[in-house]
Design a protein. Structure first.
Length: 279
């Protein structure tokens, strides 16, 4: 991914470290990312992080139909809910780099920056027309750039009632966060605040109306209708303050992000000494 293009020309100073949870060496220049999760996070300034993270999510869409035998096709109404399964941050304090000749101590605190089970109601869509003659109806979900989010789902025949469309997927979201510190040399440990926002990517759907079940040998006359379920850019704001005890002495600050099952979404990011992040 071209981060310069992604961030609109921002030159990012970032850290590349071993896989999350591994041994932490003295930092090198690079980007913390994982192709398997599509997470890409870069340090864009002192304590400032920007990038994208995948949010584990579930989508339920309810579809009702009327006028199934009308010549112009049925009237369709959609509504539903998007459930977000949460994301966490692991803030780590360390007194020395790994591999030095002095003892290294690590203290960490995991904070829930997006609560599990958060629900976003999808606005009801305007009525839609399709194919007349009591058609079969299918639904396909897409990301905002047209990438399929799952297989096409058969909802049923119009007059017989339509099934719930359900999807478990990963919703890529834009991250903008700042980690701010204080009391870095105090005996009680530093004060840490992680604040920022997640901007959700959009979700689209396509309804397809056909006279015959797909895969039959009969002629298939179909009509498709595209619609937007979630507008891109919806923001979720967070501000969390994990508490540390006994970790004074201006420690090194590290940060990583975890999914709702505590799986690492990217490598640990080395942010610098505590006093470098004070504001």
């Amino acid at each position: 991914m071209n981060l310069r293009a992604f961030f609109g020309g921002l030159v990012s100073l970032s850290i590349l470290l071993p896989a999350c949870g591994g041994e932490v060496a003295e930092p090198e220049t690079g980007i913390a990312e994982s192709a398997s999760t599509a997470a890409t996070i870069a340090i864009a300034g002192a304590g400032h992080l920007e990038g994208s993270v995948p949010l584990s999510a579930s989508l339920d869409v309810h579809t009702t139909a009327s006028g199934c035998s009308n010549k112009g096709g049925p009237t369709i109404t959609l509504g539903g809910e998007l459930f977000l399964h949460g994301i966490k941050a692991d803030v780590i304090l360390q007194n020395n780099y790994k591999g030095t000749h002095t003892a290294t101590e690590r203290v960490n605190a995991i904070v829930q920056i997006l609560d599990a089970g958060q629900k976003i109601s999808l606005p009801k869509q305007p009525s839609l027309g399709g194919v007349g003659g009591n058609p079969h109806i299918y639904m396909q979900f897409y990301g905002e750039k047209g990438e399929p989010l799952g297989p096409e789902q058969y909802l049923g025949r119009c007059a017989q009632g339509l099934s719930l469309a359900h999807l478990d997927f990963s919703l890529l979201s834009r991250l903008d966060a700042n980690l701010v510190t204080g009391n870095c040399s105090g005996a009680g440990g530093p004060q840490v605040t992680l604040k920022g926002e997640l901007a959700l990517r959009g979700i689209k759907a396509k309804l397809t109306f056909t006279n015959n079940l797909k895969g039959t040998h009969e002629a298939d006359v179909g009509v498709s209708v595209d619609l937007v379920l979630l507008q891109p850019g919806q923001k979720l704001v967070f501000e969390k303050s994990p508490r540390f005890g006994g970790a004074g002495g201006n420690p090194l600050m590290y940060l990583r992000f975890l999914d709702h099952k505590d799986g690492a979404l990217c490598s640990e990011l080395a942010l610098g000494r505590c006093n470098q992040l004070e504001k």
